[in-house]
Design a protein around this ligand. Sequence first.
Ligand SMILES: *Cc1c(COP(=O)(O)O)cnc(C)c1O
Length: 219
Amino acid sequence: MIAGIQDRIHQAARKAGRAAASVTLIAVSKQQSDERIDAVLASGVRVFGENRVREAGQRWQHRRPTFPDLQLHLIGPLQSNKAKEAVSLFDVFHTIDRQKIALAVAAELQAQNKQAACFIQVNTGEEPQKSGIAPYELSDFLSFCRIEAKLSVCGLMCIPPADEEPALHFALLRTLADTHGLSQLSMGMSADFEEAIAFGATHVRIGSAVFGSRASAVS
Ligand SMILES: *Cc1c(COP(=O)(O)O)cnc(C)c1O
């Protein structure tokens, strides 16, 4: 399954006139069994995504010593009371979306003497139930993250609305990133990663297409 996905990523990159190495596969391991995770690790994948801090700790803390080159990405919402735990576990943050979180992550990075790349999550569909800042808030929030929080913001992340054409949202995120001089785009999941790559995704977050369907339906 993993080889097939890597192949499709490479082909989509080539079709877009991009180097295969310009797209990072984040294997989203949330709710997956140890067996499946060990199989994907055995195939050489070292970049994994999780959406819950506590669950990710249980899954990855004990594996870290065996795989020193492991890279863990937090792709789910973060609460400031979990910032300490999150910063000690994760290498990249995809869901910076409010001042309080930006400050909490920044403070913990400093306290733990760590560095982490951060993506700002943009609610491109402006859905009330979804995390992320609205597109019009980006300029101010980006300045805040850089100047007040001193975070190193590398790009933008989005999760398109389930019932809309994802291409519209990928195009919007790309335009927003270009306008603000940001080079990284975290977009594209199992159902639409090839399209996301066509629109410039540098990080695709793929769960079920890599591991098989998840045990429970909760995201
Ligand atoms: C679960 C999840 C994914 C992966 O979803 P699949 O459809 O299984 O590929 C990607 N991004 C986020 C933010 C997720 O929560």
